[in-house]
Design a protein around this ligand. Structure first.
Ligand code: SF4
Length: 358
């Protein structure tokens, strides 16, 4: 439920949770784990940095005060990442109480990784910008689906070029997406297209997945012979390889003799072509009228289901156990206790925080 109304709000990012397991979905509306999942926490902080970056890239469009002359949009964004990340860090520290010592390292690491990912992203984006110009950044849209149930979504960015518009969704991912084909039926993206249409009457031209992979490029390995590794599978980028060559030959790149660079021509060409593709990926997908109409029908059914679960939880919030969903479920021990007649409510009260905290 939202704070200011009795509307039960379904979130575009979690629409499938109701179908995955009604019981887990219901409990997740009422309780949160003692700490956020570090991977999601990192993603939220990175979003804050990206939001600041894209706002500063188009301050005129967004009617914002311009950044001080001396600071670039990337620097402002990193500053915002640090401010937001520190606040988020403090929140986890306080709410996790005596468990913080156990948790702290993973959050330290996530914070540091997110910072470096953003630094690299800004270099990448400067050479490979998204289509169009920023029209809106981080817009919250909420609509009513049926009486008592709403749909809410936070759209990361809308870009515009003339009459064309794209919705951009930032994602942090551990391994990237080898196969983007499922994006064409991805429910979260359809929900964003649907919300945007409901709000503006405009059918977007594309939905862009902007993926930041949680991985950092390395300096190329220095071999026993003293030369640099020429392996094409190494996780590096052209600029780092050039820096390594400058270090190896103790000279600026332009001053390194041509014959010394001959053994490296192939790997340099390869890295130039590859760009940042091992670290950042983008893919676009579209939705037509039929898809939005079909989504709307499914949404109404989901809304009715959600409402009925809330109204009659004992009968309708049944579990859907499976090795696929339960492995990830934060309520696994609670669920087991409920099934075997244990005091599951005591576990919920002692090991979870009340409300949707993270
Ligand atoms: S443990 Fe499995 S069945 Fe139980 S609530 Fe979680 S997902 Fe549902």
């Amino acid at each position: 439920m939202t704070e200011n109304s009795n509307l039960l709000v379904l979130h575009a990012s979690g629409l499938n949770d109701i179908d995955a397991c009604r019981r887990a979905w219901l409990w997740s509306q009422q309780y949160s784990p003692m700490k956020p999942v570090p991977a999601f926490w990192l993603g939220t902080n990175v979003h804050a940095g990206l939001e600041a970056y894209y706002r500063q890239l188009s301050p005129e469009v967004l009617s914002l005060p311009k950044a001080p002359e001396a600071m670039t949009p990337a620097q402002i964004a990193l500053q915002e990442y640090e401010r937001f990340g520190n606040e988020a860090y403090e929140k986890v520290r306080q709410l996790s109480g005596s468990l913080w010592e156990t948790f702290s390292i993973e959050f330290d690491e996530a914070y540091s990784l997110g910072h470096k990912m953003l630094q690299n992203y800004f270099i990448f984006d400067a050479t490979d910008p998204l289509p169009g110009e920023v029209e809106k950044v981080e817009g919250q849209i909420e609509i009513e689906i049926i009486p008592g149930v709403g749909l809410s979504g936070r759209i990361d960015m809308v870009r515009r070029d003339g009459n064309r518009r794209w919705i951009v969704d930032h994602k942090t991912s551990s391994s990237g997406f080898g196969n983007f084909a499922p994006l064409d039926i991805d429910g979260q993206l359809t929900a964003y297209a649907y919300l945007y249409y409901a709000k503006t009457g405009v059918l977007v031209d594309g939905l862009i997945y902007n993926v930041l992979i949680k991985s950092l490029p390395n300096f190329p390995e220095v071999l026993k012979s003293g030369g640099l590794s020429k392996s094409k599978s190494q996780a590096t980028v052209y600029a780092l390889y050039v820096s390594a060559l400058e270090e190896l030959f103790a000279a600026p790149y332009d001053a390194i003799p041509g014959e010394a660079l001959v053994p490296y021509v192939e790997i340099l060409n390869h890295l130039q072509q590859k760009g940042w593709s091992s670290f950042f990926q983008r893919a676009s997908s579209t939705r037509n009228w039929h898809e939005l109409e079909s989504f709307q029908n499914h949404l109404v059914e989901k809304a009715k289901t959600a409402l009925s679960i809330i109204e009659d939880p004992e009968r309708l919030a049944y579990p859907s156990p499976s090795t696929y969903t339960c492995g990830w479920c934060p309520f696994l021990s609670v669920c087991k206790a409920k099934e075997d007649g244990g005091d599951y409510q005591a576990i919920l009260d002692s090991r979870f925080l009340k409300g949707q905290v993270w």
